[in-house]
Design a binder for this molecule. Structure first.
Ligand code: DQA
Length: 156
């Protein structure tokens, strides 16, 4: 019998998803898989709970809303898992917000961005992320939350 998840403590992490990820399950399933964002959020919450953490899962299609959520995380959360989606490749503002809040950051992409079009090969966020996970599909989020928990444990 697997161990039951450790009850979440007051320590929380932000799981932030960028544009078009609200359409997961419907959107190019051959690239992004069949999991919905609701399913991925649940995976993040249960993975976080197994490490005694609470995951606050948010998604926005708007760059400024993502920047605001990152700023709020400075006082509300201990770390960030982010899939900046299309903004990975374009947004200096999201990159700068992550640098400003000085929290541990794990960047995640469902697809292997390095095996795709050239414009996806560079992410502005990667330079300010502690770790980058890509190409593992929805499982990448479980890996990202698990790794963030390890970073938090090490920095305690
Ligand atoms: C993505 C990859 C990005 O290039 C793309 O714009 C996305 C999703 C991924 O999870 O694989 O929207 O971040």
């Amino acid at each position: 019998m697997p161990n039951p998840p450790v009850p979440p403590t007051g320590v929380s992490v932000l799981v932030l998803n960028g544009p078009n990820l609200n359409l997961l399950g419907l959107r190019e399933p051959e690239v992004y898989g069949k999991d919905t964002l609701a399913g991925i959020d649940e995976l993040c919450r249960s993975t976080a709970a197994a490490h005694g953490l609470r995951a606050d899962c948010r998604q926005s299609n708007h760059e400024g809303v993502l920047v605001d959520a990152i700023h709020e995380a400075r006082t509300a959360h201990r770390g960030i898992v982010i899939n900046p989606a299309g903004y990975s490749h374009t947004s200096v503002a999201v990159r700068d917000a992550l640098a400003a809040v000085e929290l541990p950051v794990v960047e995640v992409h469902l697809s292997n961005i390095h095996r795709r079009e050239a414009f996806r090969h560079h992410s502005h966020v990667s330079a300010v992320a502690d770790s980058v996970i890509c190409g593992a599909g929805a499982h990448g989020y479980a890996l990202a939350v698990t790794h963030l928990a390890k970073l938090l444990e090490e920095n305690r």
